[in-house]
Design a binder for this molecule. Structure first.
Ligand code: SF4
Length: 346
């Protein structure tokens, strides 16, 4: 199915329930053709909230006074073991951005130990690291990397970030190029319903994903954080929950065989947010496995779901949710991006 930019904008802006449901069921049909009813899991370990950056929308930004933490190797390994025991197949190591040598050494050690002990699929989500660091992490066993572009509109990107060389749009693009050239499966994504953002911006985001030839997508609705500078600018677009589902569905139809996550932020707006995304083109879930006592300090956005829960509770909750929509976990399977293998002809 080829979809023009005009058509994408039409679907993003339509309020016709019939049209919207048809869009979601088309995207779900294609997803099931590609992956049957299997949903691949990545247990997400938010191992540190220390960040050198100051993105204007983020609850972990450097200038905010929050309790900062970094998990020990031992505690990270416990989380990885849990994922292995539960059959998750993959993990995500996520943190704020920190470019020190000490952090790099710590990560190389952790990644290689997890690979040796549990052979889990390994996605990294660590921000814009220098190319040399990314190379070391790839050698250690990281093979997928998530780095959101946040928006493909450079002018809007500038409004979301401080105006300095540490927050440049070009650096973000370069980092994405570096990941690709190093052999990672590359994931990106955007926030949906941002202040100043238009339907055309979102349509351009999907075309950017296509042009960049991404392997994975993680997108979610923008959730305004009252303690951040962006909070004072109200969004223009309404109902960013439905808009997010439409972005998932349209991305599936345009990009086809990429992995698309049903992100936790969807659940801020709708208790069945993630299930709805899994019925509209998403095929990946990222249950949180971060220890419960740390979750309240990893609030990129407010009202984050599952903050009081344990990893065991999240497992039971999520498997129940899947059952309710007649889908199931792709057990003990890395669930790599099919698109990556097609792109690289491996
Ligand atoms: S979005 Fe990422 S890089 Fe930016 S402040 Fe938040 S954690 Fe740091």
């Amino acid at each position: 199915m080829s979809i023009s930019k005009k058509k994408i904008i039409h679907y993003l802006s339509t309020t016709s329930k019939g049209e919207i449901n048809k869009l979601f069921s088309k995207a779900n049909a294609l997803t099931e053709k590609l992956y049957q009813n299997k949903i691949h899991f990545r247990g997400i370990i938010e191992f540190s909230n220390i960040c050198e950056k100051n993105c204007c929308y983020c609850g972990l930004r450097k200038d905010l006074k929050i309790d900062r933490y970094q998990m020990t190797k031992e505690d990270i390994l416990k989380c990885a073991k849990f994922c292995s025991d539960m059959g998750y197949g993959s993990i995500v190591l996520q943190s704020g951005e920190l470019t020190t040598d000490k952090r790099l050494e710590f990560l190389i050690n952790i990644i290689s130990t997890i690979k040796k002990k549990y052979n889990l699929g390994m996605t990294l989500s660590l921000g814009e690291l220098p190319k040399e660091s990314l190379k070391e992490l790839f050698k250690a066993g990281g093979h997928r990397y998530l780095l959101r572009i946040e928006t493909s509109n450079e002018k809007l990107y500038k409004k979301l970030h401080p105006n300095d060389k540490n927050h440049s749009f070009q650096n973000r693009l370069n980092a994405l190029e570096n990941l690709k050239s190093l052999g990672y499966q590359v994931g990106t994504g955007v926030m949906i319903g941002l202040p100043f953002q238009t339907y055309e911006d979102l349509a351009n985001d999907i075309l950017f994903f296509k042009d960049f030839d991404v392997d994975m997508l993680g997108m979610g609705p923008y959730v305004p954080h009252p303690k951040t500078p962006l909070y004072k600018s109200p969004p223009i677009l309404k109902d960013n929950f439905t808009l997010s589902l439409k972005m998932v569905a349209l991305s599936r139809l345009v990009l086809k065989d990429v992995n698309i996550a049903a992100t936790t932020a969807l659940q801020v707006f709708d208790k069945q947010g993630r299930e709805k995304a899994l019925l509209a083109g998403a095929n990946i879930l990222m249950p949180i496995v971060t220890p419960t006592d740390l979750r309240k300090n990893y609030l990129i956005y407010p009202d984050k779901p599952c903050v009081e829960d344990t990893k065991e509770k999240c497992f039971n909750c999520i498997t129940g949710r899947l059952k309710s929509i007649k889908k199931e976990m792709g057990q003990n399977n890395w669930g790599d991006s099919k698109h990556f293998y097609r792109r690289t002809k491996k």
